[in-house]
Design a binder for this molecule. Structure first.
Ligand SMILES: [Fe+2]
Length: 182
């Protein structure tokens, strides 16, 4: 992931490997429930600037910036260009939420053991929260760059990606992210 704008960093990637034999155990956060994370993302959403204020963002790409990280949670802003998205993934057992600051995001969601995919479009000022078992893909299908704020508790340590089959989700790979200093 490129970082073209000062102050905008990529999500550090420590390693990439095939999916583990066993799925991560959902852990979530007792202190930071999904609704509380959505309130946090929404609050940050009032402060971040949409990407359009910086420069053009090449189609199919995204930009990240981590806004805050504590031992309990972390908050990211993500800018999504046209066709910019992330394939079906979980959050390594973290709960999460996201708030759309501008533009629109199309989400497809299920759970790790789910066999039905739900689809929805979230537009400006809308948001979604989810528990540790949640699996989704997110993409910007509009021509305008979308900006959203995402909160996770505990902070992300890995993300499992999935493909779909007739019998449900099939783990495809896992990405382990740098957790940094609290
Ligand atoms: Fe996600």
């Amino acid at each position: 992931m490129r970082s073209a704008v000062p102050g905008t960093v990529t999500m550090p990637r420590r390693a990439e490997r095939v999916a583990p034999a066993t799925s991560p155990v959902p852990r979530g956060s007792l202190a930071w429930s999904p609704p509380r994370l959505l309130a946090l993302a929404t609050r940050y959403g009032l402060q971040v600037r949409p990407w359009a204020q910086f420069s053009a963002l090449p189609a199919g790409e995204r930009r990240y910036e981590r806004l805050e990280r504590t031992v309990d949670y972390e908050v990211w802003v993500i800018h999504w260009s046209t066709d910019g998205g992330l394939a079906l993934h979980d959050h390594g057992g973290s709960s999460g939420a996201f708030h759309v600051v501008c533009g629109a995001l199309d989400e497809t969601s299920t759970t790790r053991l789910g066999r039905h995919l739900d689809r929805r479009r979230l537009v400006r000022s809308e948001g979604k929260s989810f528990g540790p078992d949640y699996v989704h893909s997110v993409v910007n299908l509009d021509e305008k760059v979308a900006t959203s704020v995402h909160a996770y508790a505990p902070p992300l340590t890995w993300v499992n990606f999935y493909s779909t089959s007739a019998t449900g989700l099939v783990p495809s790979r896992v990405e382990t992210h740098w957790t940094g200093a609290p």
